[in-house]
Design a protein around this ligand. Structure first.
Ligand code: FES
Length: 276
């Protein structure tokens, strides 16, 4: 019988497993002869455990520092690599593309889009965050609508483009949209069609440089200068006249340029005959 490490009542001490563990904590060297290899030698010493813990903590600390430094470097790199959205120094010559990416032609516009078209057809120019409405004011088959309007191009002088960002508080297409005749009961003199903003009711005349027909906007929409190349029937955007595009300090600043091509996008208008 063994009680407290003393065997058979004699004062001959033999180490119990708990005693061995205690010795292991106190004694940092090799296990002394006589203690045997059983537990103390086969298990890692507390010092080894402590050393392992220290190494793990060091690794975690180094990983944390590297992560923080890497993240910082990543942010800095991103900051350096991202081109600043400073805008353009002059109006570019940009060829317009149809919905399918093919070259947009005046013939196509006259055939497919007319003064009765309800869809919003818009393209970005000169910056990628400056949408514009493309409108053909001539009627289908050359009847109705308006031709030879200010800034109008194409065989009938009826294809125009205006900023699709309202000059009141900046609602954009499709809230700002061309309303064909009959969309609303409201008429403005002889005009049964116009550009209207569903946000607060501003209305613009596309046959006269998008001047204001009803407020609250007090400035006309900027007009895109279009060019029609008779030789190949292509359409180009080459400038903007009128006030600055709403939301920009300068029509050429506050975004990135569209490049050399700009493609039409089709949307359904938000129609609210919301006149003040
Ligand atoms: Fe167009 Fe107010 S934003 S009328």
């Amino acid at each position: 019988m063994s009680v407290g490490g003393f065997a058979n009542g004699r004062k001959h001490w033999s180490p119990s497993p708990r005693s061995e563990r205690a010795i292991g904590r106190l004694y940092r060297g090799p296990a002394p002869a006589g203690l045997g290899r059983s537990a103390a030698a086969d298990r890692p010493s507390q010092e080894q455990v402590d050393e392992t813990r220290r190494n793990v903590l060091k690794l975690l600390a180094v990983a944390g520092v590297l992560g923080a430094v890497g993240g910082g470097l990543g942010s800095a790199f991103e900051f350096v690599a991202k081109p600043p959205a400073v805008g353009l120094s002059r109006f570019p010559e940009v060829q317009l593309q149809d919905l399918d990416g093919s070259a947009l032609t005046a013939a196509r516009v006259l055939q497919e889009y007319n003064v009765g078209t309800t869809d919003v057809l818009a393209f970005d120019y000169p910056l990628s965050n400056e949408p514009n409405l493309l409108i053909n004011l001539a009627g289908a088959g050359g009847t109705g609508g308006a031709s030879g309007v200010p800034g109008g191009v194409g065989p009938s002088g009826s294809i125009v483009a205006f900023s699709a960002i309202c000059q009141h508080l900046g609602c954009a297409a499709p809230s700002l949209a061309f309303y064909p005749a009959g969309t609303c009961a409201k008429r403005f003199g002889p005009l049964a069609f116009y550009i209207h903003c569903s946000c607060h009711g501003s209305t613009y005349d596309p046959t006269a440089g998008a001047v204001n027909l009803s407020g609250p906007a007090t400035r006309p929409l900027p007009q895109v200068t279009l060019q029609w190349n008779r030789a190949d029937d292509t359409l180009w955007a080459v400038g903007v006249t009128g006030p600055t595009v709403m939301g920009h300090s300068n029509t050429l600043q506050g975004g990135v340029g569209v490049g050399s091509l700009s493609r039409l996008q089709r949307q359904s208008p938000v129609v609210l005959c919301n006149f003040p």
